[in-house]
Write a protein that binds this ligand. Structure first.
Ligand code: ADP
Ligand code: MG
Length: 471
């Protein structure tokens, strides 16, 4: 009879895909068969429920097709000792043996010397800094993000268990940051005692540098290594080539991982493709699950548009949703931008949103964006022309106001309108340090409020960059 089980699974593996299969079906085992009852085991409660809700049906269908019999199923949560043994060969073991409804013991407040009070109220951790919009309920599932989204959900149910670390990668505007925040929200709501740190790798690096410079490294270390139960790091590619930051992150990773704390990292590419990333770090980032987000298919784009329209109280017919989703294919951020543009124009002009109207607003932008993404060179060219200076001056060291201002504006626009990081922008402006770029962006942001003329220049440039065909 156990053949029937393994044969059914074998049949399902190619249908479900190797990753899904390994993740959700392989851990479920057939213990015994009694009459018409299958006794299965799952390594924890979460896996059990996930299997029941998502895959049990297809497995039973498959078995029914093979045996022409219907079975009842009982699933017991049994800690898999073999798996535990295998895992202990690894440098460190996350708390895989913890059954899920009990919190990991290191999260319960107790001091070794004094016995804990009978029912200690769970302490509430500081709420993490999260964007309100980025929640699971507002994230649309589709084949382009299915693995990443289910893995994120799994982590939010059972941090520090099977999927540790979780590494989510993909191009810009495809939902990585959204998923990271969603994990943070869900964990904070369901397990308020967990101390959650969500940080972009860039902020992590800046905090680290500041800590070293201001002799507050102990506090930094405590924040990330000791007072942290869940670490969510966005855009890790940013620290590639930054030796000291990589080294520090490596130690943070080890400390948390060894304590069974959940780590989730996002990046714009797979660990092995990040140039300048230390080998020992990329290998660790590969230890858990590596899941990608791809550009959404048409159906998902339509679903996202509908949802965003509803969130923002925009009336959008099915026909128009489909039309816009057909025009904007590259990523979700552009899709959102398109919706805002179309609805703003429509309300300004007092017109109804029709497919033709959407095309007239988006047509040029849509085609142009797909063929030629905005580059830093294009920005430099336009800024130099606008202020009648040379591109070489934008890249050079001169601090004269007539040059320094346009340079700062160009850096600011590069940061706002392209996915380039601060160091990358510095590099394209004649190899300037990332801190120069950060300061430029800060100043231009502040100056726009103080100097109307500068604000008008920035507005014009931005409009030209976003509206005109790019060469
Ligand atoms: P990334 O971090 O991959 O560059 P973000 O997470 O910042 O992308 O996503 C860009 C925008 O698109 C955000 O406003 C996010 O809410 C939205 N978005 C991306 N994917 C989805 C999705 N599947 N469902 C709903 N909104 C999404
Ligand atoms: Mg992001």
């Amino acid at each position: 009879m156990s053949n029937i089980w393994s044969e059914a699974l074998e049949e399902l593996e190619p249908r479900l895909g190797a990753q899904t299969f390994d993740l959700w079906l392989r851990p479920i085992a057939l213990d015994k068969v009694e009459d018409d009852r299958l006794h299965l085991t799952a390594p924890n409660r979460f896996m059990k429920e996930w299997f029941e809700n998502h895959y049990l049906g297809v497995v039973l269908d498959e078995i029914r097709a093979r045996t022409e019999r219907s079975f009842q199923v009982e699933i017991a949560v049994v800690v898999d000792t073999e798996e535990r043994r295998a895992k202990s060969d690894r440098p460190s073991t996350p708390s895989s043996e913890v059954v899920l409804d009990t919190p990991p013991s290191d999260l319960v407040e107790a001091t070794p010397s004094t016995p804990a009070p009978p029912n200690p109220a769970p302490r509430r951790a500081e709420p993490p800094k999260l964007s309100q919009r980025y929640r699971f309920k507002s994230f649309i599932h589709g084949s382009s993000n299915d693995l990443a989204a289910s893995a994120a959900w799994a982590v939010a149910q059972a941090p520090g268990q099977r999927l540790n670390p979780l590494f989510i990668y993909g191009g810009v505007g495809l939902g990585k940051t959204h998923l990271l925040h969603a994990i943070g929200h869900h964990l904070h709501e369901t397990r308020p005692e967990l101390r959650i740190a969500l940080q972009s790798a860039e902020r992590f690096m800046n905090e680290f540098i500041t800590a070293v410079r201001s002799n507050s490294f102990d506090e930094f270390r405590r924040r990330y290594r000791e007072d942290c139960d869940v670490l969510l790091i966005d855009d890790i590619q940013f620290i590639s080539g930054r030796d000291r930051t990589m080294d520090e992150f490596f130690h943070v990773f080890n400390a948390l991982y060894e304590a069974g704390k959940q780590i989730v990292v996002t990046a714009d590419r797979v660990p092995g493709d990040m140039q300048g990333m230390e080998e020992r770090l990329t290998s660790r980032l590969n230890w858990g699950l590596v899941a990608d987000v791809k550009a959404p298919d048409l159906e998902t784009r339509v679903a996202i548009l509908r949802q965003k329209a509803e969130e923002d109280g925009i009336v959008l017919s099915d026909e128009v949703s489909l039309h816009i989703a057909g025009l904007i294919r590259s990523n979700v951020r552009e899709l959102e931008g398109a919706l805002v543009r179309v609805s703003t124009f429509a309300s300004l002009k007092g017109l109804e949103i029709t497919p033709n109207f959407a095309t007239s607003v988006l047509g040029a932008q849509a085609t142009q964006r797909q063929h030629a993404p905005l580059t830093i060179e294009t920005i430099q060219k336009l800024v130099a022309t606008h202020f009648s200076i040379r591109i070489a001056d934008l890249k050079g060291p001169r601090r004269h106001k007539g040059i320094a201002r346009p340079r700062m504006i160009a850096m600011y626009l590069a940061r706002e309108l392209t996915p380039a990081s601060f160091p990358e922008i510095g590099l394209r402006f004649g190899g300037k340090d990332h801190s120069t770029v950060i300061n430029a962006c800060k100043r231009i942001r502040a100056l726009q409020a103080l100097e109307p003329e500068l604000a008008a220049n920035v507005r014009t440039l931005r409009q030209q960059l976003c509206a005109e065909p790019l060469s």
